[in-house]
Design a protein around this ligand. Structure first.
Ligand code: PRE
Length: 272
């Protein structure tokens, strides 16, 4: 068994992957992009994948949602981590003209950057740990990354945490096999689309109401078929083996133009 994650070592996805494997001696496989993580999971049922899906400040990671729509993989676990970003550099200097990080991390530090580094060039890269590596190689003046990534790359901490308060990211663990395992806190995720008729979304939502199910998230994304066509991502409080959940989903499936079960999984929340 292997666990693929958005690398290199020291990304928040790496932290989430470590929470998933606990102390077991399992190979971690760093990938350059979220697309690559989905690809390796889709190709090999022995490989698990860890991807970020949603942040409490910046919202959904659209690449992850789009891959969930496309790929033939399932969500088997959710991991929630508190995310704390630091501004790091090779030297303890205030002269910072270029800063590298992941776009999500820049957004999570938006106010700090506006107040302190308004003129700096912000260079978007694939992950915060990649940004740390670039900084160590002298390609940028600073990086926004975790303490662990800074340490891995021998960087000095200039400031931090520099993110907005209440900064949490949800990660999904993916696998090709729908090996759904219930835990203490469980969720079930689906994607559906409606027919283009008055009240069609309302009628689907009425099914969840009828079965007294709590939705923890609903989000629309372009269906990528034509402009104005959408799919809806829904997370439900509850596990697929609960009668109300499985009965409701049977009806939702019957009434939807498109339906996909993404997974039923337990949630691990680690907020330090
Ligand atoms: O760049 C990383 O370290 C990641 O794991 C990606 C990611 C994200 O895409 O949301 C993960 C957590 C943080 O919210 C910022 C970046």
């Amino acid at each position: 068994m292997k666990v693929a994650y958005l690398g290199p070592i020291g990304s928040y996805s790496y932290e989430a992957a470590k929470r998933f494997i606990k102390d077991e001696n399992i190979d971690l496989l760093p990938c350059d992009t979220i697309d690559d993580v989905f690809e390796v999971v889709d190709e090999d049922e022995k490989t698990y994948g860890v991807v970020p899906v949603e942040n409490s400040i910046e919202g959904s990671v659209s690449t992850t949602l789009d891959n969930l729509l496309r790929a033939d993989v399932y969500i088997i676990r959710e991991i929630v981590l508190k995310v704390e970003h630091y501004l790091c550099s090779r030297e303890n200097t205030k002269k910072i003209r270029s800063i590298a990080s992941h776009p999500q991390a820049f957004s999570q530090c938006h106010d700090y950057l506006r107040q302190n580094y308004k003129g700096a060039e912000l260079i978007q890269v694939n992950s915060t740990s990649y940004a740390a590596r670039m900084c160590a190689e002298g390609k940028v003046d600073a990086a926004i990354c975790s303490l662990f990534a800074a340490k891995q790359n021998n960087l000095q901490i200039i400031d931090g945490p520099i993110n907005h308060d209440n900064n949490f990211t949800r990660f999904f663990v993916l696998n090709k096999i729908p090996n759904f395992e219930r835990g203490e806190k469980n969720k079930t995720s689906i994607i559906f689309s409606t027919y283009d008729k008055p009240g069609s979304l309302y009628k689907i939502l009425a099914i969840f109401n009828l079965y007294d199910l709590n939705l923890t998230k609903i989000e629309s994304r372009p269906a990528k078929t034509s402009l104005g066509e959408y799919v809806f991502f829904v997370d439900i409080d509850g596990f697929i083996d609960e009668e109300d959940v499985s009965d409701a989903l049977k009806v939702v499936q019957r009434k939807s133009a498109f339906y996909k079960l993404l997974g039923s999984y337990s949630v691990i929340t680690e907020v330090n």
